[in-house]
Design a protein around this ligand. Structure first.
Ligand SMILES: [Zn+2]
Length: 127
């Protein structure tokens, strides 16, 4: 299974386990990724999946977390406390722990606190 296939699988599992309506996921040569709620489309920049496996997994989970929070939890503030709880809980299942600096993690660690990678970029959210 390629990394891209693995990321699609993670997305599929999260969509199913959270009973979300379908979300289209595309990998594109763009500078910034996005989660667009109006057309249920997530765009993942190609560069983000070339940085590190942990960062790629973080990136897809981050974007799907926007839909979980929006669809199931009444649309809490993006990157707020609830959002971070949802994101952190999912990441833990993949043995990743975010160390936050405001909205985004400044780096990611494994569950023992060993640094996996830094944070390389942000994304655009449109409601
Ligand atoms: Zn976000």
């Amino acid at each position: 299974m390629t990394l891209k296939q693995y990321l699609y699988q993670i997305a599929k599992d999260l969509i199913e386990s959270n009973n979300l309506e379908d979300i289209t996921i595309q990998f594109k040569k763009v500078r910034r990724g996005s989660a667009r709620k109006w057309n249920r489309k997530i765009t993942i920049p190609i560069w983000s999946i070339q940085k590190s496996r942990a960062f790629a997994i973080y990136y897809i989970i981050h974007e799907i977390s926007h839909f979980i929070v929006n669809d199931k939890l009444g649309g809490a503030v993006s990157h707020g406390k609830l959002f971070k709880q949802v994101e952190t809980n999912i990441l833990e299942k993949y043995y990743i722990k975010p160390v936050y600096k405001k909205a985004y993690p400044k780096y990611l660690t494994d569950l023992n606190g060993n640094k996996l990678c830094g944070n390389y970029g942000k994304e655009i959210i449109s409601v």
